[in-house]
Each structure stands twice: as C-alpha cells, then as structure tokens.
Design a protein around this ligand. Structure first.
Ligand code: AMP
Length: 193
C-alpha cells in the first residue's frame, strides 16, 4: 500500500508517517528530511537547496523527483511507502505515478491533514524552539503556507479525480490523528503500546 500524506507545514505529516512506519513497516519517504540530510552533509545540492528552503520556497522538481527516484526501486518498499511532503506540484505527482507504475505499483490513498492556520503557526514556533530548523521562522512560514494553499489547489484535484483523497482532522491529539489515519487505511493495531 502506498500512501501520500498531504498537509500544510506543521500539520503533523512527519510525526504521523514515523508512527505508521514504526507500527506497520511502511517506509517514510520525506523529501524535506532528504534535503536536510544533504544540508547536514554539506553537499553541493544541500548548499543550493538550503537557500531556497530557508526562504520557504520550493526546491526544483528535478531535484526532488531525482531523490525520490533513488528510493523507489522495484521491490525495496515491500510493505509500501508513505510519501511525506511529496508530491508538491502536478509535475511531481505525474512523475511519481510513472515511477510507481514502472514497478507495477500505484498510489492507494492520499490523506490530507486539515489544521487551521492559527494552530499551525503555534506548532511551527514550538518546533523552531525545539529543533532550530532554518525555515521555521515567521517569515518563511508565511511563504510556505501561501505556497501550500497554492499547490494543494493544483495537486489535490489530481487525486480527487482518481477517487483517492481522504480528509483527516489534524487538530485532534496525536493519538486521535493516528487512529483516524488507521481507520481510513483499514489498519488494526498489531501490538499494544
Ligand atoms: P518539509 O520538511 O516537507 O516541510 O520541507 C521543507 C522544505 O524542503 C520545503 O519548504 C521546500 O523548500 C523543500 N521541499 C521538501 N519537499 C519538497 C518538494 N516535494 N518539492 C519542492 N520542495 C520541497
């Protein structure tokens, strides 16, 4: 099963993807994490991406599609993948479909985490204090949120048309969001917490 977690910055995509990965063995594929890894390693790609990311803008399609491609090798994600922060453009969505279909795979669910703007800024400021991400500033957040509203309006209809879209209330507690996601995905807890 291949899942896309969609949602604005601070909606909890990363947290929930990690929980589903730990519980059910799906592989979290976060383009944001991959880019931050490149920055931490000080690679040329990382240096270029950092400037764009710190402004809250989008890194080029070629770069993120290339990174995702290197992870989608037929047979590597046996249980399936959770795409976190990818795709963010229609070109990325089309490239993803193509890469998956080459392995006889497909996207099964696109789940949008819905959180209102006021809560998002609160969460981002908390994360800024805890993790010190370069793009968790008030200014970059404004750009990221505006871009999200813009690209979600382009990308989500692509999946709604295919009947894959579901909406989950991301303002619930972390456990409640996980439970709602499991409901949508038809998953049952495999062991006690
Ligand atoms: P995230 O961790 O998903 O919030 O991503 C952090 C930043 O990385 C974004 O604000 C973008 O600058 C960049 N980024 C991550 N994923 C993508 C993507 N799929 N397309 C373009 N830029 C991305």
């Amino acid at each position: 099963m291949n899942i896309i977690l969609f949602g604005p910055p601070g909606a909890g995509k990363g947290t929930q993807a990690k929980r589903l990965e730990a519980e059910f063995g799906y592989k979290q594929l976060s383009t944001g994490d991959m880019l931050r890894e490149q920055i931490a390693k000080g690679t040329e790609l990382g240096l270029k991406a950092k400037e764009v990311m710190d402004r809250g803008e989008l890194v080029s399609d070629d770069i993120v599609i290339g990174m995702i491609r290197s992870y989608i090798e037929c047979g590597t994600c046996q249980k399936g993948a959770i795409f976190d922060g990818f795709p963010r453009t229609v070109a990325q969505a089309e490239a993803l479909d193509k890469m998956l279909s080459e392995c006889n795979l497909q996207i099964d669910y696109v789940i949008e985490l819905d959180v209102e703007d006021a809560s998002l800024i609160e969460r981002i400021m908390k994360r800024a204090a805890e993790e010190g991400r370069g793009d968790d500033t008030a200014e970059a957040f404004k750009t990221r949120l505006a871009l999200y509203r813009d690209y979600s309006a382009n990308v989500l209809p692509y999946y709604k048309y295919k009947g894959l879209h579901a909406l989950v209330d991301g303002a619930q507690s972390m456990d409640e969001v996980t439970a709602s996601l499991m409901d949508v995905l038809g998953l049952k807890k495999v062991r006690q917490a």
